[in-house]
Design a protein around this ligand. Structure first.
Ligand SMILES: [Cu+2]
Length: 221
């Protein structure tokens, strides 16, 4: 009897620690179209599951034909980012908090980098930056003092429960612990944060849709 109880206890414990299921999050715009380049963040409360692999601790953001490539980078806090200018002319990159924060008092944190133009036949001269400043977590807007039309983003996350939507507007997490999960979405043109969605996950595959209140400008991946 005692042994049976112990065994039962062990089974319950096992169930409690491995209970997890896959979660797909789809981000759609105001018109219902799948939205690439959005960042989905989960806040998980349950135990178990499989923590996703760490986010990149290194990334390269190129300046090419007056554009930041990729348009949105998702990295871990403390990541080293290399800026490589492939254009023949200089860029003067500035980074600052994005979203509603970009309209608040200027000069708060952020960074500036002067990127010399690429000289024909010579190797590019990357400029590196470590994203460990206070306040860098979240979306950082990249702009250029010289070329006002240039716009890019670096999203710094301090949780590995984060992913960027691809062309189909979805992200997939393999094993999310059962229990309450909060889903948040960041998208560059959604300046006011969307309210997070609270889900109750079980082991069954789950799918949730997050709809933006805007139609994003056409952007490259
Ligand atoms: Cu520029």
């Amino acid at each position: 009897m005692r042994r049976a109880l112990l065994l039962m206890g062990a089974l319950v414990l096992k169930a409690a620690t491995v209970a997890a299921g896959p979660l797909t999050v789809e981000v759609i715009d105001k018109n219902g179209k799948p939205t690439p380049n959005a960042v989905v963040l989960l806040q998980v409360a349950g135990l178990g599951g499989r923590t996703p692999p760490p986010l990149p601790r290194e990334a390269t953001v190129a300046q090419e034909k007056m554009q930041f490539v990729p348009a949105v980078s998702l990295v871990a806090r403390g990541a080293r980012v290399r800026f490589v200018n492939h254009d023949a002319w200089d860029h003067h990159v500035r980074g600052s908090a994005a979203g509603a924060a970009q309209f608040s008092a200027a000069g708060k944190g952020g960074f500036e980098l002067r990127l010399p133009g690429h000289e024909e036949g010579k190797p590019a001269r990357p400029v590196e930056l470590t994203l460990d400043q206070p306040g860098v977590v979240g979306a950082n807007l990249l702009g250029c003092h010289i070329h006002g039309s240039m716009r890019g983003y670096i999203y710094v996350s301090d949780t590995p429960w984060a992913a960027k939507t691809g062309g189909d507007g979805t992200v997939h997490f393999e094993e999310v612990p059962d229990g309450p999960v909060q889903v948040r979405v960041w998208q560059a043109d959604q300046l006011i944060d969307l309210p997070p969605q609270l889900l109750q996950l079980t082991r069954a595959p789950a799918r949730v849709s997050m709809q933006l209140q805007v139609v994003p400008r056409r952007a490259r991946l």
